[in-house]
Ligand binder design. Structure first.
Ligand code: NAP
Length: 507
């Protein structure tokens, strides 16, 4: 006799127990085929969870590395650390990888581990509705599916933020956001403007400076910049790394330790580490910007690494070049011919690049997410997203976020953080299976206590004490970040405390 899979009968879901009670595989939807979506598939499968479907709004895997294709794109986290633990790569060409090489690594890993076959490309998820104990998922094409679990792997920074400047649409030259780079627009010999001076702008300016006719960089606030100690790996070294994979493992941990102590320590309250970092930034500025007037304009009035530290060696030489101008007068408006600053000057431009960052408060949104009792996630967050252990929200059972709110972001390898979170999720799934649970969601009181601890911890960080405004801060004025060491995060992720959760045996 043919048994009817209850998940195929969308109208009678409530009558059927959850996956763990039925003793079957959980049906899992993963939203996003970027770095954390790829890692989720590989690790869940290895742990025995094989009924996986990945929804991807674009036509390729890769997430941020697919979306960002601007000139000079590189990763300021060392390559051997910015790697999946399950896919060490002896072929990295440089100590810090360039964007296309990382994108190729993402695609190769996804293909090699069979992730690509599970992805529904060009399929954005529009709606997620909890119908206990499952989730009804609706795509933007109107297709519906039902899943036992939803894993959001939608990334942190993927909604380009356009500046609110009068007349933006009136510009008659070519204009695009850094994450929507238009390769058809020639830059050679032309008058190019860049708005912004963050990590993205620094890389773009460093790369295009020598090619363009005239470069105008519109700076609202200067950023501290540390040197970028780039280095190419020789074929001999790569052969060595391939022959002795233990070397890759050792280097993963070496760079992890180095970044976590030098930059991590500096932002999290280690005064000595911060003084060293601040000194390195100051020296970098002094040694690379000989003109005292320009140097003064480039000197921030807040502590180093208060805004995310920019690690770049090409920006200062590019901005010092004869064809470049650092514009520090505030922008009045955009006009058809260029950018008008408050001093009345029109900076005439052919191309305008908006390196103005991303909306960091969206996470899984704009997907409409409706939890228990019709709770709306966007309303619950109200511009200040929070999660329990950066992964789940009370009232939204069986919805897990990788790289969710208040996670360890900053100058870290987010691949490592994602992997910790996926391991945590697997431990939770194993527990659900062992106990025959229908669903689990954090308790309100655990969520509140956890976030109170985060708030408290943030007070000693440079993000709060450093005296700057940054994309880390949400509408509460506090950074949406994890304020403790990655080692502590790792420890917390290793052993879920199930008393923090509502373990739902029957819905
Ligand atoms: P960002 O750090 O948010 O910088 C945006 C820049 O645009 C800032 O300089 C900001 O000025 C300026 N800006 C925004 N609105 C403006 C306006 N209306 N008028 C004038 N200026 C305006 O964005 P991002 O550079 O794209 O970097 C975002 C994050 O992406 C980084 O912090 C990092 O986490 C990540 N990223 C990483 C790498 C890497 O190598 N791993 C590379 C690139 C990006 P204010 O400072 O005054 O706000």
């Amino acid at each position: 006799m043919k048994t009817v899979d209850p998940l195929d009968r969308l109208d009678s879901l409530a009558a059927h127990p959850g996956w763990a009670k039925q003793g079957r595989q959980p049906r899992i939807a993963i939203v996003g085929a970027g770095m954390s979506g790829i890692a989720a598939v590989v690790k869940l499968r290895r742990a025995g969870y094989t009924d996986l479907t990945v929804y991807e709004k674009a036509d390729r895997v890769g997430g941020t590395w697919r979306e960002n294709q601007y000139p000079g794109l590189s990763c300021d986290v060392p390559s051997y650390w910015y790697s999946f633990t399950f896919a060490p790569n002896p072929d990295w060409s440089h100590r810090y990888s360039y964007g296309p090489e990382i994108q190729a690594y993402m695609e190769k890993t996804a293909r090699g581990f069979g992730v690509t076959d599970l992805v529904r490309f060009d399929t954005a998820v529009a709606d997620l509705r909890y119908e206990a104990p499952r989730w009804r998922l609706t795509t933007e094409h109107g297709d519906e599916e039902v899943y036992d679990l939803v894993v959001s792997a939608t990334g942190v920074l993927h909604h380009p933020l356009l500046p609110e400047i009068e007349g933006l649409d009136s510009f008659e030259g070519a204009m695009f956001h850094s994450a929507r780079w238009d390769d058809d627009v020639a830059l050679e010999g032309r008058r190019v403007g860049v708005i912004g001076t963050g990590s993205t702008a620094a890389q773009i300016v460093g790369e295009i400076g020598a090619k363009v006719g005239r470069l105008s960089v519109f700076q609202r606030t200067p950023h501290w910049m540390a040197p970028f100690p780039q280095k190419a790996y020789s074929p001999r070294w790569k052969r060595f790394a391939r022959t002795f994979p233990i070397v890759l493992k050792a280097l993963y941990h070496f760079y992890y330790y180095l970044m976590a102590t030098r930059i991590g320590g500096a932002v999290l309250g280690d005064e000595r580490a911060h003084a060293k970092l601040a000194e390195a930034c100051r020296k970098n500025l002094e040694q690379n910007v000989p003109d005292p007037a320009l140097r003064e304009k480039l000197t921030p009035d807040y502590a180093a690494a208060c805004k995310r530290l920019v690690i770049c060696s090409d920006y200062y030489p590019a901005i010092c070049a004869d064809n470049a101008e650092l514009v520090t007068d505030a922008i009045e408006r955009i006009e058809p011919g260029g950018v008008r600053t408050k001093d009345g000057r029109l900076h005439e431009l052919d191309v305008l690049v908006l390196a103005t960052g991303f909306d960091p408060t969206r996470f899984i949104l704009p997907i409409r997410v409706t939890g228990e009792g019709g709770a709306d996630l966007e309303k619950r967050w109200d511009g200040a997203p929070r999660a329990h252990r950066a992964m789940s929200v009370p009232g939204f059972p069986n919805l897990w976020m990788i790289e969710g709110p208040t996670g360890p972001v900053g100058n870290l390898s987010l691949i490592t953080i994602s992997e910790y979170q996926i391991d945590y999720l697997i431990r939770c799934l194993d527990e659900m299976k062992a106990r025959g649970l229908e669903a689990m969601a954090p308790r309100e009181e655990s969520f509140a206590a956890y976030n109170a601890e985060i708030r408290e911890g943030l007070q000693s960080t440079i993000w709060v004490r450093g005296g700057c405004n940054s994309w880390y801060l949400d509408k509460t004025g506090l950074p949406n970040l994890y304020p403790f060491s990655p080692a502590r995060f790792r420890k917390e992720m290793r052993k879920p405390d199930f008393s923090e959760y509502r373990l739902i045996e029957e819905v």
